[in-house]
Design a binder for this molecule. Sequence first.
Ligand code: NI
Length: 278
Amino acid sequence: MLETKLKKENMRSDIIFERLWNDYTALNPDVSAIYDAFVAAGETVINDHIAFRTLNHPRICIEKLSRVFLDAGYVEKGNYHFEAKKLVAKHYEKQDDPTAPRVFISHLLLEEFSDELQMNFNQLIDQIPKGFEDEKELIFSKDIFGTASFSIYEKLRKESEYAAWVYAFGFRANHFTVSVNHLKKFSTLGHVNDFLKSKGFRLNQSGGEIKGNPEELLEQSSTLAGLYNLQFTDGKHSIPGCYYEFALRYPDEEGNLYNGFIAKSADKIFESTDFYSK
Ligand code: NI
C-alpha cells in the first residue's frame, strides 16, 4: 500500500537529476574527470541544461518524457525545429527556481525516414510493457529497446546517427551542460575550451569550437562523446556515448539573461556523438 502511494507522489527534480547524473557519469568517465577538474580549480559546477533524445512515437514522444519534469514543477518554454536532422525539440524551465537546470528534449520525426527504420522502431516500441510510458521510471529506463543488435544499429546509423544513439542508449541524459555564467574564474567560453584542451579533452569542432555568438545571446561548446564499449546481442562494440556541454548566456536588451536555445548551434552540437562523418 505504502509503495503504491509513494509511486504516485511527484519526484523532486533534484532527486531526478541526481539519478540521471549518477548514470551519466558511470557511463562517461571523461565527464567525472572534467567535473573534478573544475572543482579542483575552485569552481562550483551548476548545470545550465540537461538533454534527452527520443522519437515522435505517441508512447515515447517529448510529451511522455517531459511528464516527470512537469510533475516536478517545470513548465514548457521554447519550441525548436532542426530541419536537417529531422527533429523537433522543446525546452522546459522550473517555474519557482531560476537556478534549476533547463530541460531540453528532442524527438526524431520518424515519418521522414525509411519504412524500414519506422518498422524497426515500431516493433521495438511494441515490446515496451503496456503502461510503462506513463511511469516515472521512463526517463531512467536506459536500454528501453532491450539489448541492441549491432546490425540494426549500423543500419539506423546510415540514416540517422541520432536514431542509432537512441536505439543503443535509450532514455538517459544525452548530456549535462556546465553553466559558464556560474563559473568564477572563466569569463569566456574560450577560456573554458583552453582549460579542457590543456587537460587533454577533445572538443567537437563541427561548425567551429564555439557555436553561437554574443549577438545570438548564447555560446556553446562540447566535448566529443567518449567511446563506450556497449554489449550488443552479438558481442561488444565501441560506439560514441554521451558528451559534456558548456554554455555561456548573455543578457538581452532588457537585461534579462537569454533562456532559449539556438537551433542552428544545436544542430552542430548534435554531431558530438557522430564520429563517423568526420
Ligand atoms: Ni545542449
